[in-house]
Design a protein around this ligand. Structure first.
Ligand code: CA
Length: 225
């Protein structure tokens, strides 16, 4: 059994590798999302342990990219926060299971073994908010049946808003999840991207569902069912 560990905390990656090797697994490690994608594309793994917050390409994006490429290797996501939304997001992006940090190695091993028993299953999921439909696997977005052309950052931002299901998200939430915790540029970049998204997602359809809530953040309005 061959496992890929994608984890930027090098000591954790090394201890996972040692622990899994002691259990008889062959283990490769990658320390950022880009490297993780490279390994996952180059080799066949029985499972991937994928950290959520990673440099370059975050865990959600790694997961969504692999699924978009029809790579269905079972993925166990390592999420740093106890917030439920992260776990839901992990599963929605195509991860098969998750463990919340800090975890005990025995718990991780049990989850991993159960994942390996289940084997590969194809499980694309669609996100829907009103007439907006986003497919995290193929990255296709449609509104009222019309396909929208979004850059990958615009796509990530829209996906983040859609997953929040009508909740208000702050600018720093957006920066942390759509950019990176390590983002050190101008936070007003968020406004720029929200503006771009409105021009593509709302305006052509005569809508204004992406709302700015002064002083608190942004929200994608969910239509009454
Ligand atoms: Ca990390």
């Amino acid at each position: 059994m061959r496992i890929l560990v994608v984890e930027d905390e090098k000591r954790l990656a090394a201890s996972l590798q040692a622990g899994l090797q002691a259990e008889g697994f062959a283990v490769d490690t990658a320390h950022d999302g880009e490297e993780g994608l490279w390994y996952a594309r180059e080799h066949d793994y029985d499972a991937i342990l994928l950290d959520l917050m990673l440099p370059r390409v975050n865990g959600y994006e790694v997961c969504a990219t692999l699924r978009a490429e029809e790579n269905w290797t079972p993925i166990l996501m390592l999420t740093a926060r106890a917030g439920e939304s992260d776990q839901v997001e992990a599963l929605d992006t195509g991860a098969d299971d998750y463990v919340t940090k800090p975890f005990s190695f025995q718990v991780l091993l049990a989850r991993l073994r159960s994942l390996l028993r289940r084997g590969v299953r194809e499980r694309p999921t669609l996100l829907t908010v009103g007439d907006l439909v986003l497919d995290p696997a193929t990255r296709m977005v449609t509104r009222n049946g019309t396909e929208l052309s979004l850059t990958s950052r615009e796509h990530s931002l829209l996906e983040f808003l859609m997953r929040r299901d009508g909740q208000v998200v702050t600018k720093s939430d957006i920066l942390a999840n759509v950019w990176d915790y390590a983002f050190e540029g101008d936070p007003n970049i968020v406004e720029v991207y929200v503006g771009r998204l409105r021009r593509k997602v709302d305006r052509p359809f005569g809508r204004s569902d992406i709302e700015t809530l002064r002083g608190s953040g942004y929200r994608l309005r969910v239509p009454d069912a």
